[in-house]
Design a protein. Structure first.
Ligand SMILES: Cc1ncc(COP(=O)(O)O)c(C=O)c1O
Length: 468
């Protein structure tokens, strides 16, 4: 907001002593002219500074810096478990950028399905048809909220898992990650506390850190996912503003939170006015084909913002995702507009065309089957050639495999050794704010199985054995 910005700048000048105690501040008219804002904005800015105890109004004389500026009331600091926001300085995260940009690696770290497992040809045809039909498509901005046809498509899809979605509350974004960032921006302010499960996706940790938020981490119980009782306890102890959770096949540990816990988590958050931002990216990737419910199913539209995308099921490179923004839709559309105007029109139209003419469910069935088989192949390969005592997750969906290394091997050391051998993997401590999970490693299950993958897994096991 304009007035907040102006008040922030004036407040900083007062705190730095550039505007001295007792000094008269510019009249509203002059401030308006000086800052090129309306008088109403200037009034709002002074009122805000007055509330903060930095300025005082004197009748018929205007605004003055308070004789002894009262410091703004300090928010009571919760006893947080983590030392967030430290994430952006975590050297391991820079390492990730390194891995992601190296094209020479055997990408055992990726959690996107290989091209062979996605309907690339159908999508290419849909894109070509779209452009043929509307060659001027790229010559104009799209609407900030996104293409209506696609929003309707998304709403229809959620009906299949018992969630009623109004296309008017859907915002199309550049992937799930943008949806999560925008949602966080709309429901929190810097310094707020957010609740996360641990381990969790490093992109969420980065988003939290980038917004200057502090985090409480609630441990996830292996394959059973998020424990509602632990969430309730954390909410009782800390002034949590929002929660960011991945209840369906979390990355990295593949955990699936049960329906009872989901219901109880949503209820506990609702009682305290905590907005839940749900990352449902892997919800469609249950190996059994039985799609688990999103948290949204158990809450009203005011309380859960569901974020997802087609990155894991259709086309990561198109960067099309969404937020079921519910009552937050206006804020999220505004935030989207100010951050990137709108999601690119061509990929949105191409996906719309793909859905109109092709069988997404068929492609999804094949993908789920392949991922389920991969999970088994990866686990078998690890059992055959990794040190005894290596523990491996047994996911029921998603694209991640989570390993607890045997013999006290450090995940970072194994990651570095693997990189030197041209193999990609990710160290466990990337998935925690506090650098936990040093003894863990995350692999992706997205590659098509072949001799190279088998050799790569064997080689990783050999390296783990050498380090043990
Ligand atoms: C849990 C989770 N959320 C979000 C993302 C990013 O999704 P998108 O490509 O849709 O931005 C990923 C990517 O791996 C992920 O694992």
């Amino acid at each position: 907001m304009l007035y907040e910005d102006l008040a922030g700048r004036l407040g900083a000048q007062i705190r730095r002593g550039l505007l001295r105690p007792g000094e008269r501040l510019p009249s509203l008219r002059r401030l308006g002219r000086q800052e090129k804002v309306s008088i109403a904005t200037a009034v709002e800015a002074y009122l805000r500074l007055e509330r903060e105890g930095l300025v005082e109004a004197r009748e018929r004389s205007g605004y003055f810096v308070r004789a002894r500026a009262v410091p703004p009331p300090q928010a009571r600091l919760p006893r947080v478990q983590s030392r967030a926001p430290q994430t952006l300085r975590n050297p391991a995260l820079l390492g990730v950028l390194d891995v992601l940009s190296r094209e020479d690696l055997l990408p055992l770290h990726v959690t996107t399905p290989a091209a062979e497992l996605l309907p690339g040809r159908a999508l290419a045809a849909a894109t070509a048809r779209t452009l043929r039909r509307d060659p001027g498509l790229a010559l104009a901005y799209g609407a900030p909220q996104g293409l209506l046809q696609l929003r309707e498509q998304i709403a229809r899809r959620y009906l299949g898992c018992g969630v009623e979605v109004d296309p008017a509350e859907v915002v199309i974004t550049a992937g799930a990650m943008e949806a999560i960032s925008l949602a966080l921006r709309c429901v929190t302010r810097a310094g707020d506390v957010v609740l996360l499960e641990t381990p969790t996706y490093y992109g969420i940790l980065q988003a939290v850190a980038a917004l200057g938020l502090r985090a409480i981490e609630v441990p996830s119980r292996g394959s059973a996912g998020i424990d509602a009782a632990a969430v309730r306890t954390a909410l009782e102890r800390h002034p949590v503003r929002a929660a960011v959770l991945v209840p369906n096949f979390n990355n990295p540990n593949g955990s699936l939170t049960g329906d009872d816990d989901k219901r109880a988590i949503v209820a506990a958050c609702g009682e305290r006015g905590v907005v839940v931002i749900e990352d449902d990216l892997y919800g469609e990737l249950a190996y059994s084909g039985e799609r688990p419910a999103p948290l949204r199913r158990y809450a009203g539209r005011a309380r859960v913002i569901t974020c997802s995308s087609w990155s894991k099921t259709l086309a990561p490179g198109l960067r099309v995702g969404w937020a079921l923004a519910g009552d937050h839709v206006d804020d999220i559309v505004r935030a989207k507009c100010f951050s990137s105007v709108a999601t690119a029109s061509l990929p949105q139209r191409a996906i719309g065309e793909y859905f109109a003419r092709h069988d997404f469910d068929r492609s999804l069935r094949r993908l789920r089957r392949e991922l389920a088989t991969n999970a088994q192949r990866w686990r078998d390969a690890i059992r055959r050639s990794w040190p005894d005592g290596t523990r491996v997750s047994e996911p029921a969906g998603g694209v991640s495999l989570w390993l607890e290394l045997a013999g006290g091997v450090d995940g970072q050391a194994l990651f570095e050794a693997a990189m030197a051998h041209g193999i990609g993997c990710l160290p466990g401590h990337l998935f925690s704010l506090r650098g936990d999970y040093r003894g863990h490693l995350r692999l992706g299950l997205g590659l098509a199985w072949n001799a190279r993958v088998e050799d790569g897994l064997r080689e990783l096991g050999r390296l783990a054995g050498r380090l043990a």
